[in-house]
Write a protein that binds this ligand. Structure first.
Ligand code: GLU
Length: 426
């Protein structure tokens, strides 16, 4: 029987996030002169915390949920990364996602390492009160391993600014002082940053704009399909629509809407605003989420969940370029197929890095107790995204490697140099 490490195109894949992340790391490491010891260390998380979270349900019964927080690497600064509420959360997923956070912060040059956490729960099955109690207790269980200078959580799938507000309040109450810097992605009224919610989608849009320019396309003639019309997908779609691109399809978990002449993305309510409104929108055609991935468009943006582009459908993808909005939407086999087919894939840890970049701005604002204007946030985000894009373009051209490998080269070099400079203790 073939092991997971030797999956071929003919076999169905069962690839976990950590497997994908490790394969990508090993592949990218071949392009760089980094010591085996550093790579071996980066294949593993520093630690993974597992906690149990008892929750009193609204009917008076008690249910116990499992939560995790993975710390991957903090050589460049505090662990940083989101908290996910989803039934598929697992230790492996948190480790894989925390690895991507390490690369994401390094590629952006922001002084954080990689962390990720989550609770194995379907948030749709929780009332607002239950979600609040679960969040407060999770914050309390994680308190020994997080802190504004050690590990700073943020929103991710199934969590939002309100979740961060409860988390920050629970932590602050226990600490005896208001500590806004314990999480990012909070509402601006309690130290959140303007522009943080839109930032991951906005950065996907900025990178798409730069990639369109790089390949000499005209934005007005570019067609786009976006899987997932939540905070990342909707903001990316609207950004590109506003630039003049034609967004022909968007989807939510129930299905996709399609208009070959272009949808008015500002008229479609996003999944977070009103669940069900995307697939319920009055559009000329509806499609399945699988069909959306195979549309003949210039740019495909998978912005929903991980592992949607696989060995099964990679040969049928007709897009000329893929820009990853979700974390880990492409399995390693699919990635190989796209490389062979000459379809550029711009990686998640660059494209959606606007989220953690504005999280960094938020953390700075919290330390200084001084808010930045939306204009300043967006200007600085633009500058940071362009800086990262240029560094990656330079590597991609100099080495003739994929966009993903080029982004890894930039990130790994910074991380390896930091490890080398600091050395091992004791
Ligand atoms: N969850 C987001 C991500 O995957 C944001 C992390 C953060 O802002 O810390 O990038």
């Amino acid at each position: 029987m073939a092991s997971a490490e030797s999956t071929t195109e003919d076999e169905p894949e069962a690839e976990t996030a950590v497997e994908t992340a490790r394969r990508q790391l090993e592949h990218a490491a071949t392009h760089l002169d980094v010591s085996d010891g550093v790579i071996e260390r980066l294949r593993q998380a520093t630690s993974v915390y597992k906690v149990t979270i008892p929750l009193e349900r609204d009917d008076g019964t008690t249910e116990v949920f499992t939560g995790y927080r993975a710390h991957h690497d903090n050589v460049r600064g505090p662990y940083k990364g989101g908290i996910r509420y989803h039934p598929d959360v697992s230790e492996e997923e948190c480790v894989g996602l925390s690895m991507w956070m390490t690369w994401k912060c390094a590629v952006m040059g922001i002084p954080f390492g990689g962390g990720k956490g989550g609770v194995v729960v379907d948030p749709k099955e929780l009332s607002k009160g239950e979600k609040e109690r679960l969040t407060r207790r999770f914050a309390q269980e994680l308190r020994p391993v997080i802190g504004p200078m050690t590990d700073i959580p943020a929103p991710d799938m199934g969590t939002d600014p309100q979740t961060m507000a409860w988390f920050m309040d629970a932590y602050s109450m226990q600490e005896g002082e208001t500590q806004p810097g314990i999480v990012t992605g909070k509402p601006p009224v309690i130290g959140g940053s303007y522009g943080r919610e839109e930032a991951p989608g906005r950065s996907v849009g900025i990178i798409a704009r730069e990639a369109i320019d790089y390949y000499g396309w005209a934005v007005e003639e570019t067609t786009v399909a976006v899987q997932g019309f939540g905070s990342v997908g909707a903001n990316a779609a609207r950004y590109l629509d506003d630039l003049g691109a034609t967004v022909v399809a968007v989807s939510d978990v129930d299905g996709a809407i399609y208009d070959p002449h272009g949808l008015d993305t500002n008229d479609v309510e996003d999944h977070d605003e009103t669940p069900g409104m995307v697939s319920g929108y009055d559009a000329p055609e509806t499609l399945s989420n699988d069909d959306l991935l195979e549309l003949d468009v210039d740019i495909l943006i998978p912005a929903a969940i991980g592992n949607v582009l696989t060995a099964e459908n990679a040969h049928d993808v007709q897009a000329d370029m893929i820009i990853e909005g979700a974390n880990g939407p492409t399995t390693s086999t699919a990635d190989q197929i796209f490389e062979e087919r000459g379809i550029p894939v711009i990686p998640d840890f660059l494209a959606n890095a606007g989220g953690v970049t504005v999280s960094y701005f938020e953390w700075l604002q919290d330390i200084n107790r001084r808010a930045w204007s939306l204009e300043r946030v967006n200007d600085e985000l633009e500058t940071e995204m362009l800086g990262a894009w240029e560094a990656i373009c330079t590597e991609q051209e100099a080495r003739d490697i994929s966009w993903r490998d080029a982004a890894y080269v930039v990130a790994l070099r910074r991380i390896a140099e930091a490890h080398e400079a600091r050395g091992l203790w004791p």
